[in-house]
Design a protein around this ligand. Structure first.
Ligand code: UT7
Length: 321
């Protein structure tokens, strides 16, 4: 038994924030952001627009492409770092919106690697007969975790959601997934406050993302190179067999380094960072949906997804679309 992607969907909030808009907020420039990151603009959730709102639209679009109805779904796995509430999970909130009842629904928190984690879990459910039609989502309202006076983080991130419908099938599909984490790097990329610290610290301004960008950058390049090797070796395939890289969109230079490692030209890499910024768990399913809908990715092609993020967490997926 394998899992295959039967449909994709995505959503971006209406409000667009350009690099020039950011020049008015912090001491930065379009030139610096473009050269160092590749980002030109990002979408920002409207006041009151939540992760679940965005996830719902992406999910309905994926359902429609798959030709499925919500009642067909027997598993929801939603990756997010910005849940609507502490609980219930955003997956449960989404289940209610879709008016379905009884199937397992839960959130996954692996920051920028969240979608790869969610995909891997749903794949394992399907392979072992625990589900036949799984909704897998990455959705983030990351703008709410940003200190809009901190130029080292606020220029990098954006909001959005991406979804895939996975179906049980007798041929791949998802060929392998690879998940890793090393919590000893917590201090390089984190939001200090949480429920465990008591709510007082939220008010003291520790509810914002803090990142030692340069150190994260170096680790990301090294680690993503290694996970690509691990994925190819596990499937006994060559670099030349890969049709598309769908990378997590954190930095254009990190994406280029991975493409270089695979000896793939950038026109075989789906790049959305210029338009979306870093949308954390949403970035891979957003990029996938863009390239499926514009006709670049076609049935039968081999894709590799790879991501690196807070934790640190990192992971990859190899699949036949
Ligand atoms: O998705 C989760 C994982 N996250 C990532 O993978 C992000 C990885 N890191 C990065 O993408 C890059 O490290 C950044 C884009 C965050 C930063 O680029 P960098 O080339 O590593 O720059 P840097 O942090 O070494 O900073 C270089 C300079 C510094 O000034 P000085 O000390 O050289 O005078 C910064 O203060 O750039 C300055 N700087 C800025 N200047 C203008 C930092 N942020 C800005 C800014 N505008 N927004």
């Amino acid at each position: 038994m394998y899992a295959r992607i039967a449909g994709t969907g995505s959503y971006l909030p209406e409000k667009v924030l350009t690099n020039h808009d950011l020049e008015k907020l912090v001491d930065t420039s379009d030139k610096w952001i473009t050269e160092r990151t590749g980002i030109k603009k990002r979408h920002i959730a409207a006041e009151g627009e939540t992760t679940c709102d965005m996830a719902e639209i992406a999910a309905r679009r994926a359902l429609e492409m798959a030709g499925r109805r919500a009642v067909d779904i027997d598993l929801i796995v939603l990756a997010t770092t910005t849940p609507d509430k502490v609980f219930p999970s955003t997956a449960c909130l989404l289940q209610k919106r879709l008016d379905i009842h009884g199937c397992a629904a839960f959130d996954i928190q692996a920051v920028c690697t969240g979608f790869v984690y969610a995909l891997s879990i749903a794949d394992r459910f399907i392979r072992t007969g625990g589900a036949r039609c799984a909704l897998v989502i990455g959705a983030e309202a990351l703008s709410r975790l940003l200190d809009w006076t901190d130029r080292t983080t606020c220029v990098l991130f954006g909001d959005g959601a991406g979804a895939v419908m996975l179906e049980a099938t007798d041929a791949p599909g998802i060929m392998s997934t690879h998940l890793h984490a090393d919590g000893s790097y917590e201090h390089l990329l984190h939001v200090p406050a949480g429920v465990g610290q008591g709510y007082g610290r939220l008010i003291e301004g520790e509810a914002f993302m803090q990142m030692k960008g340069n150190e994260v950058f170096r680790m990301a390049v090294r680690t993503l190179g290694r996970i690509v090797d691990e994925t190819l070796a596990a499937n006994a395939i060559d670099k030349e067999d890969i049709d598309w890289i769908i990378p997590h969109q954190a930095n254009h230079r990190i994406i280029e380094a991975t493409a270089h490692k695979l000896k793939m030209s950038m026109d075989r890499v789906v790049v959305t960072i210029d338009e979306h910024g870093n949308t954390s768990a949403a970035s891979i399913p957003l990029a996938l949906d863009v390239a499926v809908r514009d006709g670049r990715i076609r049935r039968g092609e081999i894709l590799i997804m790879e991501a690196f993020g807070g934790g640190f967490t990192w992971g990859s997926a190899l699949l036949k679309y």
